[in-house]
Design a protein around this ligand. Sequence first.
Ligand code: SF4
Length: 238
Amino acid sequence: MDKDKLRYAILSPDDYKKINDQLANLDALDVIRWAYGQWDEDLVYACSFGAEAMVLIDLIYRVKPKASLLFIDTELHFAETYELIDEVKVRYPELNIEMIKPAQNREKQVKAEDEKLWEVKPDLCCKERKLAPLEKSLQQYSAWFSGLRREQSATRQHIQFVNADKRFGKVKVCPLIHWTWDEVWMYINLHNLPYNKLHDRRYPSIGCAPCTAPVAEDGDSRAGRWAGRSKTECGLHQ
Ligand code: SF4
């Protein structure tokens, strides 16, 4: 495919279909190689530092050690998440990890809005502390990696390797779509990768501390996110 065409605004639904047909039999590592072949420096990984992220970071590092990563630092993450990021920096020293922050720091937001915005207006909180900073940072890229897997939820069952990211007007590449939760953990254990210690305390999916709770033994992996509220996604993936 023409390289100048590989931008969200120019690719048609037919183009996405052709690309995904072409990639259909590749594994995650090959999809990562393919993606860097198309976008190189124009490609970034918006990393959550969840279990899938540990696998994706390890695979990306094999292909491009100086890869760019973005972490949306809402300033409301668990201490364990920040500890993990420090471990990742030691294990993968060449990675370029950028901590992106909201326009307003937490204290200013508290003054301007309700004291616990995540309780009273969680959509607004996600918009200000996650979506707006990511949108701003993604402006300099054409494409981004995400660790989404089809198995995660009903809404994620139709994700392809290469997707139109309508929210941000970019191309979203998801190399792990076929991976199961067990395979993610087999890889982490096989390669002795660092991971968030909260996973050992029944937190399969980890976001901001005020909006993440542990789940029951056999509970849905995302049941702990915004538990007890109708909200299930932060709006990053549409
Ligand atoms: S996950 Fe919760 S605390 Fe984090 S940005 Fe969204 S509403 Fe705010």
